[in-house]
Structure formats: C-alpha cells, structure tokens
Ligand binder design. Structure first.
Ligand SMILES: Cc1cc2nc3c(=O)[nH]c(=O)nc-3n(C[C@H](O)[C@H](O)[C@H](O)COP(=O)(O)O)c2cc1C
Length: 373
C-alpha cells in the first residue's frame, strides 16, 4: 500500500517512485558534488525561531504586497524549466494552482508551455523569467510577456554558463531526449509516466518552437545554457528602459550588487543561488538576507532551500519581503498532479499560520531579526 501524502517528504518519495530516475535527477540535482544544495538546507536547519509570549495571536495574517499587488501567502512559484517532463502541461497546472492560492506564478524562459498558453489557462498574476540566449530573441520574449499581460519580468543573472549538473551528464538528460537503451528501460519501469509522455509528445522548449518548426539551435543553446555571457549592467539598464512593469533581478548574492540594481531602477531582487544548481560554493541565501536587505531599499525576495512554512517565516524574519518555492512544487506535481500542487500550497500556508501563532507574531509583515537565533 502506498503511504498517504501528509508531509513534503511523502511527496518527494512518491515523486522519486513515479518518475524515471533521469527525470527525478533533473529536478533534484545540484551542481558538482552538491555541496551547495546541502548547504541551503543546513543553513535553514541551524536557524532557530525565538517566540514572543502572551501576545494576542487569535487573528493571524500572512498576506503581503511587496510590489503593491496582493499575495494571499508570502510565497510565489519559482520559475522552473521543463516542468512538462515531470507532468504534461506542468506549467498550466502550476499556474492554475497558484491562481487558486492567490499567489504569483513565474513562467520560465525554458518552459514547456508558452506565455500565451499559460495566460489562457489562468487569470492569476503571471510573471515571466528571462534568460538571455540571444538579445534579439530576448527582445521578442519581453514583447510577448508584455502582450500577455505579465505584471513582472524576472531577469535571472546566475546562469552565464551552465552549472556542472553531474547527474544530468551521467544520465544523458537533454532536450530533445536521445533514446538510449538505459533511458528506454527507465521508461518501461515507469509505465504511467511513459504513457502520459507518449500521449502529449515529449515536451519541447515552447518559446523556441516557431509555428511548429522547432528552432533546434536555440533549443540546444538553452538546454546547454549557452547564454549571452556578455549580458552586463549596461544591458540591464537597457532592459529597464524597455520594460515598464515590475522588474526583478534573480540570483543576487551580494549587498553591492543589490545596491547596483537599486541605482539602475530595478524594483526588487531575489537572493538566490538557484537551488544549488549553478555556482556550487555560493553562500546559502538565508544567511545573506540580513546584509542584502539592510544594504538596499528594494523589496528583497529569496529562494533556495525553502521546504516548509517555518522556512518561509525564517526568511521573512531575516529580511525577505517574500519567498519563491521551487522543488517542493515539482515533487507535488510528480506525485499527484494538480491535486498535489494544491495540497502542497495549502500545506505551506497552514505551516506559516501555525508558525506565526507559535511565534507569538500574528502578522507575517511584523517578523523581525530578534525572532531568529
Ligand atoms: C528543475 C528546476 C528547474 C529550474 N529552472 C529555472 C529556470 O528556468 N529559470 C530560473 O531562473 N530558475 C530556475 N530554477 C531555479 C528556481 O527558480 C529556484 O531558484 C530554485 O529552485 C530554488 O531552490 P529550491 O528549489 O531548492 O528551493 C530551476 C530549479 C529547478 C529545481
């Protein structure tokens, strides 16, 4: 009998069982020997919460509005590429679930559904994450994001080149997927996943497929994360001129870079090490938050290693104005599809609520550093 899905570990275990090894490794893996991946979790584990006592916590509030628009919970869906490999229509499922939860959904440049398809599927707040593979292509994507009514553009700046994903190299993971005997056997062992994938056709990088004719070169460049490595502060200033909506820079790890973003008129930054998938020895974002939040006047978001509501509360107490959730939602997607994503979002919401009550702090926006030890 399969175990009931109660904790995030249950979802993760179910995802591991239900996905071929090559797909689970893609979503789970980090760069190099995965020191960065472990560090993100260790940093949360050693951060403790110090409650206030005898405060009135009968009415609790976790809504925030870091950029003026309301979020019902202090977390949003992180941009993640290739969700269609985990589950057909993964992006649409995540976007609909986010809309139901009243939180933003960020679509990746490396998505398996287009911005337009996601817009049709959901009327929630839609963000678009930009990777600059080629400048002309990036300009077109920005225009499409604007057309589709995205409120926010998230420029990811920690992928000048690809981090060394050892698991993916070992497994021969790539798009389009090259069928080797080992991969075929992996598929045969996971017939439910294989059948779903066969029905939908193996997913493509949707933004790089023009009128049904795959732009193979751009897809290959994105898969190998061959970005335009010359993209610099001048290019960011130009992007700021071009995009009048909310502009967020994701992948900041230093106070100096956060200040630079502020000077260029950026609206917010995400302190992130890309979930340990890029520079293996980058510091854990939860440790960096106080310094970055103090250094600039911008709303600072964070991600990397958030696994439960207590982590969300710790990040907010450390200076974050909101948090992005990554891998937990892919575990949910793999384990139980749309119902799973709804359930994990509800679980996080419940955990934030319980943590606020036990911490004696009824409003998530009133968390302070003194709540941490
Ligand atoms: C499978 C996977 C794909 C990702 N793809 C992207 C992406 O396309 N663009 C991006 O900016 N970040 C991407 N990220 C990084 C996430 O946005 C986020 O920074 C990271 O997942 C946070 O770490 P955590 O999942 O361990 O909490 C990806 C992460 C995962 C796990």
């Amino acid at each position: 009998m399969t175990r009931a899905l109660i904790t995030l570990d249950d979802y993760r275990d179910a995802a591991r069982r239900r996905l071929p090894r090559i797909v689970f490794d893609y979503l789970e893996g980090g760069a190099g020997s995965e020191r960065g991946l472990s560090r993100n979790r260790e940093a949360f584990a050693r951060t403790r919460l110090v409650p206030d006592r005898l405060t009135d916590v009968s009415q609790r509030r976790q809504a925030i509005a870091p950029f003026g628009r309301p979020w019902e919970s202090p977390f949003a869906v992180a941009p993640m590429g290739l969700t269609g490999v985990v589950r057909p229509q993964g992006d649409l499922i995540l976007a609909r679930a986010a809309a139901r939860a009243g939180i933003p959904f960020c679509l990746s440049t490396a998505a398996t559904s287009t911005i337009e398809a996601v817009r049709r599927a959901s009327d929630g707040e839609l963000w678009f994450q930009l990777y600059v593979v080629q400048r002309a292509l990036a300009d077109r994507l920005v225009a499409r994001a604007r057309e589709a009514g995205c409120t926010t553009l998230v420029l990811t700046v920690d992928v000048a080149v690809n981090g060394d994903r050892v698991r993916d190299r070992r497994n021969g993971f790539g798009v389009p997927l090259r069928m080797t005997p080992r991969i075929l056997l992996d598929g045969v062992r996971h017939p439910v996943w294989s059948l779903r994938q066969v029905r939908q056709g193996f997913p493509q990088l949707a933004h790089f497929v023009v009128a049904g004719d795959g732009d193979v070169e751009a897809q290959a460049a994105l898969m190998a994360r061959q970005m335009d490595a010359s993209f610099d502060w001048t290019a960011l200033a130009r992007l700021r001129d071009d995009w009048r909506g909310t502009l967020i820079v994701k992948g900041i790890v230093s106070a100096e870079d956060a200040r630079h973003c502020e000077r260029l008129g950026v609206d917010g930054v995400v302190v992130s090490n890309h979930g340990g998938r890029q520079l293996e020895d980058a510091p854990a974002p939860i440790d960096l938050l106080p310094a970055v939040a103090d250094a600039c006047g911008l709303p600072v978001l964070m991600d990397s290693g958030v696994r439960d509501g207590a982590d969300v509360v710790k990040a907010m107490a450390a200076g974050a104005r909101g948090v992005l959730v990554g891998r937990p939602l892919l575990y949910a997607l793999a384990a139980d599809g749309e119902r799973g994503v709804d359930a994990v979002l509800a679980m996080l919401r419940r955990q934030v609520d319980t943590t606020l009550a036990l911490l004696g702090t009824p409003d998530v926006t009133r968390l302070e550093r003194r709540h941490l030890a």
